[in-house]
Design a binder for this molecule. Sequence first.
Ligand code: NAG
Ligand code: NAG
Ligand code: NAG
Length: 291
Amino acid sequence: MKLLGAALTIITTILAARGAQAAFSFTVSATHDGVAISASQVRLSPLPPGTQYGRHHRASTSLSGSRKPKTKKANKMRRANPAVQSANWCGSVAHPPSTDKIKNMHGWFQHPSCSARPGVASYPQAAAAWVGIDGDSWTSALFQSGTVCKIDNSTGVVRNEAWWQWYPSGAYTISSMPVAAGDWFEVTLNTTSATAGTVTLRNLSQGYAYSMSVGGGAALGRVDADWVVERPYYGGALAGFARFSDVWFEEAYATLVSGASLGILGANQLQIAGACSSAEFDDSEMEAWST
Ligand SMILES: *[C@@H]1O[C@H](CO)[C@@H](O)[C@H](O)[C@H]1NC(C)=O
Ligand SMILES: *[C@@H]1O[C@H](CO)[C@@H](O)[C@H](O)[C@H]1NC(C)=O
Ligand SMILES: *[C@@H]1O[C@H](CO)[C@@H](O)[C@H](O)[C@H]1NC(C)=O
């Protein structure tokens, strides 16, 4: 698919604490069935301060019992990844060998349907599915894109949105990309250096593709490959974690600088106590589900 669409340039300036630093900037190109969407119809909205997709925070609670995958698949080999208890991420985080780095990331998933979690008083409730690089063992940067469902507390209305973020710069909602439960999204991240790269989010069913080329991002370590369903932050606090229909990540792999491939075999398998669990199958498939 061609991505030579009309380009929209948005530049924001980061005030470097000291010394010269390239400003954070990005360009957007968007297509529908391979035809460029005009810049005037491409809308990206920055999320308000304190509202973001955060880096990973481990939970101190210890794990009890063995994890059982929710789904049994006759033709799939269940793996035995080490389980890690998390406060906000659920899914797989894989690390390349210390002599190598992540260059590209890939994965697709179906945007889930969401419902309010009973007994949770904090609102809005939300769940975000995404693919990204870093933010786990590498805490100072995270390049990611995916979708989110958000349940408004006064109306109960579920809003589904596409978004991307180069943490700690703020997240952008891709307001002009409609998202519905059951839509298939493919995420591709290509890095060209520690501070530059392109993220492409495609709706496979309808042929929409949004591609953001970013420069001047906080330096990535390119050491964490993430396929995650997240409990995001709203107004500086963790949102209530909405219940969501099972999310399957497919063709989950990273390509390393050496050319080697990194899958989810041996990844840390993250779960959130009382809210979400996850299990891996073969080297490229992973299921995350509400508990
Ligand atoms: C909705 O949530 C906001 C922020 O948490 C809160 O200020 C407001 O009172 C809530 N409204 C209702 C109807 O619960
Ligand atoms: C994505 O595909 C689904 C069908 O699976 C469609 O209903 C939806 O409108 C599409 N979204 C966009 C942004 O085209
Ligand atoms: C970007 O990453 C994807 C997924 O790994 C890969 O198929 C594609 O060739 C990469 N594109 C470039 C320009 O490197």
